[in-house]
Design a protein around this ligand. Structure first.
Ligand code: FE2
Ligand code: FE2
Length: 142
């Protein structure tokens, strides 16, 4: 895989983390319930750390981090729909990073992606724990 392709993949991930950060920051203020709000706020900080890790990999390889995110989907203003949206974001990230690990040979990149996957799984679990009492169905088991 060419260096520019690695940078492109890392920038796709960087934008994904940027979007997660923005959605969680916003949702943490909209959630009226204290515990899920605090958890979402703390996880927003994790997502920003993921941005830093990816930006470090991007700049080390001669690229610049891309800040152009898509239109944001916050999941509405209801705790249940916000948590569901957040769980979807985590799952999409986990799946995307798993696929990337299979095609990127650079061990520094795959090491960071593996670390991020572990954190996203924990995030999904934290959101699921908050969704469970207010929902009859469970989105994803972990
Ligand atoms: Fe993340
Ligand atoms: Fe996450």
């Amino acid at each position: 895989m060419k260096n520019e392709d690695v940078i492109r993949i890392l920038n796709e991930d960087f934008v994904r983390e940027l979007e997660a950060t923005l959605v969680y920051v916003r949702n943490s203020f909209i959630m009226k319930e204290c515990d899920p709000s605090r958890v979402t706020e703390a996880i927003a900080v994790d997502e920003m750390r993921h941005m830093w890790w990816l930006a470090d990999l991007i700049t080390k390889r001669g690229g610049n981090p891309v800040m152009e995110h898509k239109e944001l989907d916050f999941g509405g203003d209801d705790l249940q729909t916000m948590l569901r949206r957040q769980i979807t974001l985590e799952t999409e990230g986990i799946e995307k990073y798993k696929k990337q690990i299979e095609i990127v040979q650079d061990p520094e990149v795959t090491g960071v992606l593996k670390h991020i996957i572990e954190e996203e799984k924990r995030h999904r679990k934290e959101f699921n724990i908050r969704l469970q009492p207010i929902s009859s169905e469970r989105e994803f088991r972990e």
